[in-house]
Write a protein that binds this ligand. Structure first.
Ligand code: ZN
Length: 341
């Protein structure tokens, strides 16, 4: 680290009073090197609730971050009043590099992609087997988003007492997506949460699902005292309903089911659609490592869902399970179809 380099603007040298030595600071050193590390729990109209050294504080984005977005799951550098006292507002001055970015567009025609969650490593897709009916197209879209972002998907099926899980699971068998099947009694008595909990240890898991599937019930059972766990009061009503459009990160209690490890549950607002305008098919194929070698003969920038794709011939020669290629094609095709098809 160079401490004494060429100055680049008039703010380079600042004298900090009340600090030992009154050393001049230069911006050749990392900016705000004394910033505390924070973790973004939720975002509400420009106010970010962050966990800093065990305290929940409110912060806003520093102007110097410009248009860079800060989202739930981000690891950030924070300066200012970090006491967490009422009416204090700290500043987020840095966003650490993200290990993953879960995106969606509101609609396939929507040019604006929204980052839903940063740094998650698992996507739990909560779907009821009946009431409401499962929507395989929506599940496929969530899978594509997960594969695109490099998240491991987890299928959480609810209400198996109303309809058996078998037919739906058959659809996903060749994808090898792990799953948990639960019924309404288990949702009510916390048994469903216990089944899911073991899969969440030491991971950051984003939960998606549309209304009525039991996602909120499940998340509430996973983090029973969510309000106290995060101090996020504004975002959660007395009923535990999450009222903002932002996701909300909740700490998972370390217990026997998680092997003594914690983890994070990130509840996302109910989604009706999952726009995939931003998806890059070349990233989705990496969720199919068995098919990747077959793409060597593909034309440049092949979507792997077009006439000249080399995968058909390659699979026909017996190099891969045709069912796997069929699954990949089904997922890629879901980019093109309208929601509700
Ligand atoms: Zn191809």
């Amino acid at each position: 680290m160079r401490r004494y380099g060429k100055h680049t603007d008039e703010d380079d040298v600042r004298v900090r009073p009340n600090r030992k030595g009154n050393r001049p600071r230069t911006n050749i050193r990392p900016k705000h090197e004394d910033a505390a590390e924070g973790f973004v729990l939720t975002v509400d109209r420009g106010r970010l609730t962050c966990l800093v050294e065990g305290r929940t504080i409110t912060a806003m984005k520093a102007r110097e971050l410009g248009r860079k977005g800060v989202v739930v799951g981000d690891r950030v550098g924070i300066v200012g009043d970090l006491s967490g006292a009422k009416d204090t507002l700290a500043r987020i001055v840095r966003v650490e590099e993200r290990s993953s970015v879960l995106r969606r567009t509101a609609d396939d025609d929507d040019p604006y992609e929204r980052v839903v969650v940063a740094n998650a490593d698992q996507l739990a897709i909560v779907t009821a087997l009946a009431d409401p009916e499962p929507r395989p197209r929506l599940i496929d879209r969530c899978l594509v988003a997960a594969f695109d972002a490099g998240l491991d998907p987890l299928l959480v099926l609810t209400k198996s007492d109303l309809s058996p899980a078998g037919p739906l699971l058959e659809t996903y068998e060749t994808l090898g997506v792990p799953y948990v099947v639960t019924n309404r009694a288990q949702l009510a008595d916390g048994g469903a949460a216990e089944l899911v909990r073991g899969r969440l240890a030491d991971r950051i898991t984003a939960f998606v699902g549309h209304s009525g599937v039991g996602k909120t019930t499940l998340v509430n059972a996973l983090v029973p005292d969510r309000q106290r766990a995060t101090g996020v009061v504004n975002a959660v009503t007395g009923r535990g309903r999450h009222t903002t459009t932002s996701a909300l990160a909740l700490p998972l209690t370390a217990d026997a089911a998680t092997g003594g490890k914690g983890g994070w549950v990130i509840d996302t607002p109910g989604v009706r659609s999952f726009g995939l305008n931003h998806i890059d098919p070349s990233r989705v194929i990496h969720a199919f490592p068995d098919l990747v070698p077959g793409t060597e003969g593909c034309p440049r920038a092949c979507s792997h869902d077009e006439k000249d794709c080399a995968l058909d011939g390659w699979a026909a020669e017996g190099h891969a399970d045709p069912a796997r290629l069929h699954s990949l094609r089904r997922l890629l095709a879901t980019r093109e179809r309208r929601e509700g098809d």
